[in-house]
Design a protein around this ligand. Sequence first.
Ligand SMILES: O=C(O)CCC(=O)C(=O)O
Length: 278
Amino acid sequence: MLTPEMKAQFARDGYLIVRGLFSPTETATYRDHYMRLNEERRVPGDTRFAGANPSDPLVKYPRMLQMHRWDEISLNWLLDRRIGDALTELLGAEPFAVQTMIYFKPPGARGQALHQDNYYLRAQPGTCVAAWMALDEIDEANGCLNVVPGSQSWPILCTTQANTQESFTDITVPIPEGTPVIPARMQPGDVLFFNGQLVHGSSANRTQDRFRRSLIGHYIQGDSQQVAKHYHPALRFDGSEVTIDTSPQGSQCGIWVTENGKQVVEVVGYEKVERATE
Ligand SMILES: O=C(O)CCC(=O)C(=O)O
């Protein structure tokens, strides 16, 4: 399904957008489904917004996590063969599925500061990978995902304080000045696959009237021996469960230092993850 050029791009840049992997009819169905789930609040969304200022758009539209554990539509999407086949081609072996998330990102909502997913998932050996599907037309104005090409080859970076006026999460990772950060402009049904070490994030939705909804799956390599507890149980693409060690609590992390006039990452520290989820 993927061309050699697409696989080469994923290997080189750490990400790949597969255009139109899902149809407009399917994405319209997902939009309606998740808007209904948000209205019903059968299962609360991300609880970090519970005590927040009611004028924060994310209080009404908090992201939801791990919906596939109670919602069949989410489970079927997470294990959809089109995603499984693309990931198998990109990784060389079928991965295990560990997380679903839906971001509504309504007009005025904050984004998420630059980060690396495997900081949270702690998949070892190797890393995790994401399938990030656009449910709306997504661009800089409504807060598309921004990616740092090539950063998948960096180790996990030690985190610093994020600007919480712009980001709903309070940690970020520093990148050297002048490092290219590329906006991923997408249409409904496009799926962005990216490596779990890739630095990525998004800015606020600055539009008055456009949601930026995205449906996200996280996967870990099929030879993973460990993953953080929140992501267990891992699932094979046939839906069966895989038991994996969930003991990792933190990991080594790196800081930027100058070596021979060049910025390089030196792994110096050990960081404990305080929150269970990203
Ligand atoms: O959609 C966003 O704004 C951030 C999502 C993200 O960081 C992720 O899927 O790992």
